[in-house]
Ligand binder design. Sequence first.
Ligand SMILES: O=C(O)CCC(=O)C(=O)O
Ligand SMILES: [Fe+2]
Length: 219
Amino acid sequence: MQEIWVFQVINHGVPLELRQKTEKVAKEFFDQSLEEKRKVKRNEVDPMGYYDSEHTKNVRDWKEVFDYLVLDPTLIPASADPDDKELRTLTNQWPQYPLNSGLPADRLNGYFKDQISFARLNHYPPCPAPHLALGVGRHKDGGALTVLAQDEVGGLEIARRADGEWVPVKPIPDAFIINIGNCMQVWSNDLYWSAEHRVVVNSEKERNCQEYTIENVCI
Ligand SMILES: O=C(O)CCC(=O)C(=O)O
Ligand SMILES: [Fe+2]
């Protein structure tokens, strides 16, 4: 049986300039002083915003994040022109249920009606002791799918399904990495695999990674 866990998408049709624009805004945000960033820090009432002390399995991650909600992920800008305020409705044609399952292709669509998807900007500052810290400790993503746009620095590693060996995910310019989450693994009866992964840091370069987590209210 074919096993699917993590893959990169190229020729996806998302204009490069949109990605670069978000990269630029993210850089400008994280380059600000800690004092400035903490003005938009997440709190008990609002879980979105800046956060610099996330833990994975009780160990502090070497990263800063900014989380925000996309109110309706089926609405996207009609063009890449920043002055064009027109929106286009993107019909959700995925995820199609795994081939050969005998179930209708739109089997999963209804699961996303009450979705709680959110976007995250990850920023990994250079780390003076990279052998002692991780940008994100080993974990699996809980939702359906995670879409990642990493920069050219690299650092994401996936535990190979066969033997758990850490394999770096090589940055491919303008590609999107797709990570299968736990929900998708369960829905597909283990055909799709939620791979354990982590992010290593380095002493010289900062790393930025845009992330969109597609999650639903668990059923
Ligand atoms: O920065 C990355 O490449 C991945 C981050 C990640 O695994 C996560 O936020 O769940
Ligand atoms: Fe993750």
